[in-house]
Write a protein of this length. Sequence first.
Length: 156
Amino acid sequence: MRKITFIGLLCLGLMNCKSDIDREAKGVLSWSVGVVVDIGYGLDITSNIQKKRLPQTVVGDFVLDLANGNCEEAIKSTIGKARETVQASWDAGCEEYKTIIKGVNCELNEEDKKRMICDCIEEREGLEMTYFYELKKIKRTWKIENYSKEIDSSVD
């Protein structure tokens, strides 16, 4: 079983999503579900469920948009350097790739409540990669401002 922390995916299997979304909004920023998520599975539905998208959902949707070669959609979640990076990828053809999201965890910046740092652990072609995302809240919406990666080639 793999860990993934998308509240939207958890809601797909529950009768009362609102209470889970409320609980998430009050500061519980990490959920785990024992499933492997393939590219695009269910996330289009979850982003429509929540008008107020959580940072984990923003990061997860962004990762899957890039993996699906959908730079046009991915760029909507970005500002700053992240937008420049996605634009460069788009200009180069925005190639599809396979990835498994193993988890997304976010921490609020205690000094600036409009900033959050998220890490997303992915597995691509046997390599485990951790991406670090810097998010900024702009007009009640979380946007990815910058991201970088760290690669761990010791995946079994």
